[in-house]
Design a binder for this molecule. Structure first.
Ligand code: UD1
Ligand code: CA
Length: 457
């Protein structure tokens, strides 16, 4: 049945009420864009039969979703939601679908269930749309029904006139519609912009369809907060909080130990296994994975990182694009950047920064160190203040440190350079030449002791 339906996601608007340079659909909740959520739910129901109407900030949307670009329809200028459907006619025809599911791109919490409920109206209705009955009707379009309960129109808040439309009943339009395209073709030509906003409204299709005695249905979804659009910073953070709570509660119920759960933020695509332990405040985003038996201390920020069983992240660490393996200990105050790998039972201490660098099994960098474009062999020890000088102003170079090597404190390793297996580097060295296996390298000025001259008092 759903093979007959193409999704049309409306994402061309500016989102004036967000006061932002970004298009509204690229605002984020828990680190993912509004559009990310919409795509995820729509894909689950309609697969890849998705067109996206873009306009304001289209380049930004294209950069983030290159795989969706083939399905982009340009709307320029943006003359309203009805206009967005009008400009998509060609693209919809090319898809050969019988129905089009029009979805406001600013509804991030929309659920698969609600979309399926609407998709099920295919074959039954010419125009169907989801309605909700929120506590506050806010700026939503009001659903007007006649005495027998049939929908007669959707009227925007600004255009609503009690004397004409009667008292509002609290039912509003969620902004998700199923349209039979053949039936809509003539109606799309009839849309007018003689309303408070001077825009072409998709919602006017409802009144036009009723006038033609087409089958029109308002599919009621009660007070489902998931179907609330986001128009302002307040509405965005309300949705974000709802989602945050839902994710954290779900993980608690599944067996993840989350201390101080009100202060923990976990993104929708993060995977946390039962038996992991998380201390708030803590933020975990992106495609992060936390295994059973991993412990994440408070005030940590994590994105796209993975944590194996038995590893510990101590407080105030910042971790992005890194892999922390079994039994490794990280922090407090560690900074792991993309490509950092902390091997099994390795140790990364305070004020250590790693980027594209691997500490192999049992290796240690306990204090004040920068490891970039480097590999540190198993069991090696990196003294405090060691720096891999990986960048000459133009290019990056690799540093290789052998198994069991010992790098004395305050050493500069000027890459490209290799320190051999079980080699020793004296503290304060600037190493510019390779050090052989089991070699000892000291590269610093010799100390001279002279007699101190004191003034006679
Ligand atoms: C719309 C509905 C309203 C409904 C509400 C639900 C209309 C006229 N009104 O109002 O009945 O209760 O959604 O959330 O549709 N967009 C375009 N091109 C445009 C204008 C908008 O692509 O020219 C996109 C926006 O980016 C947005 C979506 O359409 O994602 C909805 O537009 P918005 O301006 O937020 O409509 P609302 O005023 O919220
Ligand atoms: Ca909206």
């Amino acid at each position: 049945m759903t093979q007959n339906i193409t999704a049309l996601i409306l994402a061309a608007g500016k989102g004036t009420r967000m006061y932002s340079d970004k298009p509204k659909v690229l605002q984020t909740l828990l680190g993912e864009t509004v559009l990310h959520y919409v795509y995820r739910a729509v894909e689950a129901v309609l697969g890849d039969r998705i067109l996206t109407v873009v306009g304001h900030g289209a380049d930004m949307v294209a950069d983030l979703y290159p795989d969706k670009r083939d399905g982009f329809v340009m709307q320029e200028p943006q003359l309203g939601t009805g206009h967005a459907v009008q400009v998509s006619r060609e693209a919809l025809r090319a898809q050969g679908a019988e129905y089009c599911m029009v979805i406001n791109g600013d509804t991030p919490l929309l659920t698969v269930e609600a979309l399926e409920k609407l998709a099920a109206r295919a074959g039954q209705a010419d125009v169907a749309f989801l309605t909700i009955t929120p506590k506050d009707m806010a700026s939503f379009g009001r659903v007007v029904r006649n005495e027998s309960g049939h929908v007669t129109a959707i009227v925007e808040a600004k255009d609503y006139d009690m004397s004409v439309h009667g008292p509002a009943r609290g039912e509003v339009n969620a902004g998700i519609y199923l349209l039979r395209l053949d039936a809509m073709a003539p109606l799309l030509d009839e849309l007018r912009n003689d309303n408070a906003n001077g825009e072409y409204y998709v919602t006017d299709l409802v009144g036009l369809a009723v006038a033609r005695k087409l089958r029109v249905e308002g599919v009621q979804c009660g007070d489902d907060v998931n179907l609330m659009g986001i128009n302002s910073p307040r509405e965005l953070v309300q949705a974000e909080n709802t989602l945050r709570r839902r994710i954290v509660e779900g993980l608690l119920d599944s067996g993840v130990l989350i201390h101080n759960p009100d202060t923990v933020i976990i993104g929708p695509d993060v995977v946390v296994e039962p038996g992991a332990e998380i201390f708030g405040h803590c933020e975990i985003y992106g495609k992060s994975r936390v295994a059973a038996g991993a412990r994440l201390g408070s005030y940590t920020y994590i994105r796209d990182a993975s944590f194996a069983p038995g590893c510990v992240v101590r407080e105030f660490s910042h971790i992005e694009g890194a892999e922390v393996r079994e039994g490794a200990a990280v922090g407090p105050y560690a900074r792991l950047r993309p490509g950092a790998i902390c091997g099994a039972n390795s140790r990364v201490g305070n004020f250590v920064e790693m980027k594209k660098a691997e500490l192999c099994e049992g290796a240690k960098a306990s204090h004040l160190t920068y490891l970039g474009d480097a590999r540190v062999g198993a069991g090696a020890n990196i003294g405090a203040g060691t720096i891999t000088c990986n960048y000459d102003g133009k290019n990056k170079f690799h540093t290789e440190i052998g198994e069991g090597a010992f790098i004395g404190s305050n050493t500069a390793l000027v890459a490209p350079v290799t320190v051999g297996r079980d080699a020793l580097v004296g503290a304060g060295s600037t190493i510019t030449k390779d050090v052989p296996d089991q070699g000892t390298a000291i590269a610093r000025g010799r100390q001279t002791n002279l007699r101190r001259r004191l003034k006679k008092s």
